[in-house]
Design a protein. Structure first.
Length: 622
């Protein structure tokens, strides 16, 4: 592919900011009636929620175009998305509050999504195209009562875009950028992203179709001299249809095909040491789903059902082929007794299959109940229970109690909240029957999470919150010569602090800090200290700029040449973003500079991390 020098184009793009006009896309002051959903499944004002919920809005996504969903999540408190700063095809690991991938559950449009053939049963975030996402809510802490197996440290609830109310609407996005290391700043175009969408509403019928692709070249996964370039390519196709039969009944159907292919490096014989190799990894996911919803006077009944087919192939000296199928149905009834008392009763069913030496399967059938009480006196209670009926491990009861209390303060509020919750994490098919280190005698992991905190929020957009969390893990699944349960319990605790404020009308600041400590044992690649800060400025009409800072403290990683653990040094990253809207706000031009100061650091020992990189893009909405 022909290289394109983008440094001069960047200078031109930045100079255009100087010709901006009057403010339209202004930073909106956070309102006190901000609504959160994922912690209770009801629309509750933030002041009445007793959990830590992070919202990534459509505006925030639009102001980070050209990046990935992993990049956005990685800037939030308590979260380390490891691999997001390395080459595009690097494995992504979502570590939340010192936990592992298997303790984080991902939902897409309300339905659990995972890969039964993967070691940690997680959903691969590399498959997602940020352009297809409307918003993200992240519930930190145990949420197994509402969402079941694996929701021990966080639930990442992704909502995809909906159809426009217009008869025909369209969107086109294209981004070109560099892909270079700290010591090779050639500023050649090596990263290309495109997305096109057409959608609309015809009377009671809505439709949305989109296609996206990404290609990235220029870097080697292994950090070595004269290494070969490892490319990454991804394709996303989505179709969503909806029909409103009447005021009380609607149905949504969707289908998607997501596929990526990446070059990887591995462990060739006879040395079996990590090296620059010509290996490949291919992953393809097909999803179809149906979601009917009936609304009645004081509530609603809804079914979310989906089928997922996953095919993966690793081409290397230790190559393998994986096939997996998932059938998930979540049926639930929400009933509002009045404006204070809300209940949800549901049944969640999952059937998971994966092909190893032979096809293996497991099922879960989980009834659950959750109750929310919101009083005028300021006392709020979110409580519930769930029975995990697992085909391999029988029945386990999990529950949560999440009280909070808020008082009005200067037209804002102050809130104290706490939570006590249990979680159940069953070993997945790969750990029980997979190709490497399988152990059919594994016991399920059980967690107890305690957290408590304070929050203060004012009408002018100043919000500060802090909390302490403590999680005890019993039967933690670890890997020695094979997968096994740890002999001793593990305890992880920490502190999270968040501050958001508006210095003046058009200037917003948000910061967060996380302290995470493992009392027993070692957790790889999880920093003890991590901080993020963002400064956003609406320069004038149609023009926005932001400066983002991230500090990642020292952490432990494994050296695969010696198979010993080593400490990695702390590092700091600075990113810069500009956007400029023209043609009645229908066309937006934007520029990103990541790792502005060209920090030389290691995210993962032995792997390449990215230096200063530049991207330019445009987004046309019709």
């Amino acid at each position: 592919m022909k290289k394109t020098n983008v440094f001069g184009v960047l200078c031109l793009g930045i100079s255009m900011v100087g010709f901006a006009q009057q403010q339209v896309d202004s930073t909106k002051v956070e309102q006190l009636d901000e609504v959160v959903i994922s912690d209770s499944r009801f629309e509750l004002k933030r002041e009445n929620s007793g959990k830590t919920v992070i919202k990534i809005s459509q505006q925030e996504i639009e102001r980070n175009q050209g990046r990935t969903i992993g990049d956005l999540i990685n800037a939030k408190s308590g979260i380390e998305v490891n691999g997001s700063r390395s080459v595009a095809g690097q494995n992504i690991s979502s570590f939340v509050r010192g936990g592992n991938n298997r303790q984080v559950l991902v939902l897409i449009d309300g339905i659990q999504i995972n890969d039964p053939s993967l070691v940690n049963n997680e959903f691969d975030l590399r498959l997602m195209d940020l352009s297809t996402i409307e918003s993200v809510e992240i519930v930190k802490g145990a949420a197994s009562t509402l969402y079941g197996n694996a929701a021990a440290t966080a639930v990442i609830n992704i909502t995809t875009k909906k159809a426009s109310k217009d008869v025909v609407s369209g969107s086109f996005l294209t981004v070109i950028g560099t892909n270079q290391t700290q010591d090779d700043l050639n500023y050649n175009g090596a990263s290309f992203t495109n997305n096109v969408s057409i959608n609309g509403t015809l009377n009671k019928f809505s439709y949305l179709a989109s296609f996206g692709n990404q290609f990235v070249d220029g870097l080697s996964a292994a950090k070595a001299e004269n290494a070969e370039k490892d490319s990454f390519s991804r394709y996303n196709t989505n179709l969503k249809l909806g029909y409103e039969f009447c005021d009380n009944f609607e149905i949504t159907a969707y289908a998607s095909l997501d596929k990526f292919k990446t070059d990887i490096d591995g462990f060739p014989p006879p040395t079996f040491a990590f090296a620059d190799t010509d290996d490949k990894y291919i992953s393809q996911q097909k999803r179809v789903g149906l979601s009917p919803k009936v609304t009645y006077k004081n509530g609603s009944f809804q079914i979310n059902a989906a089928y997922t087919k996953i095919d993966r192939e690793t081409i290397s000296a230790f190559g393998s082929t994986n096939e997996a199928d998932s059938y998930v149905v979540d049926a639930f009834n929400k009933y509002n007794f009045n404006d204070k008392f809300f209940t949800i009763v549901g049944l969640n069913y999952g059937d998971y299959k994966s092909l190893f030496v032979e096809e293996e399967s497991l099922t879960n059938t989980d009834p659950y109940l959750n109750i929310v009480y919101v009083s005028k006196s300021g006392l709020n209670i979110n409580a519930g229970g769930r029975i995990n009926n697992h085909s391999e491990y029988g029945s386990h009861f999990v529950y949560n109690l999440n009280p909070s209390y808020n008082v009005s303060v200067n037209e804002g509020y102050a809130k104290i909240f706490g939570s006590y919750a249990t979680s159940f994490i069953a070993p997945n098919l790969s750990q029980l029957f997979g190709f490497f280190g399988a152990n059919p005698d594994l016991e399920p992991e059980e967690n107890i999470t305690i957290e408590g905190g304070l929050e203060y929020n004012t009408k002018n957009g100043f919000r500060v919150s802090g909390l302490y969390f403590n999680r005890n893990e019993e039967n933690t699944i670890v890997f020695g010569s094979a997968y096994e349960n740890a002999n001793t319990d593990a305890t992880v605790h920490g502190i999270e602090v968040e501050v958001q404020l508006y210095l003046i009308e058009k200037v917003s600041v948000s910061t967060n800090y996380t302290f995470t400590e493992v009392k027993d044992g070692v957790r790889l690649r999880i920093p003890k200290h991590k901080a993020n800060a963002s400064l956003g400025y609406d320069i004038c009409e149609n023009t926005f700029a932001s400066l983002n800072y991230q500090f990642v403290g020292s952490r432990t990683d494994t050296n695969f040449s010696t198979f010993t653990n080593e400490d990695l040094s702390a590092y700091s990253l600075v990113d810069l973003y500009f956007s400029y809207k023209i043609i009645n706000n229908k066309l937006k031009l934007f520029a990103n500079v990541t790792n502005l100061l060209n920090e030389d650091y290691l995210e993962i020992l032995g792997y390449t991390s990215r230096g200063r990189n530049v991207s330019l893009g445009l987004n046309l909405n019709l």
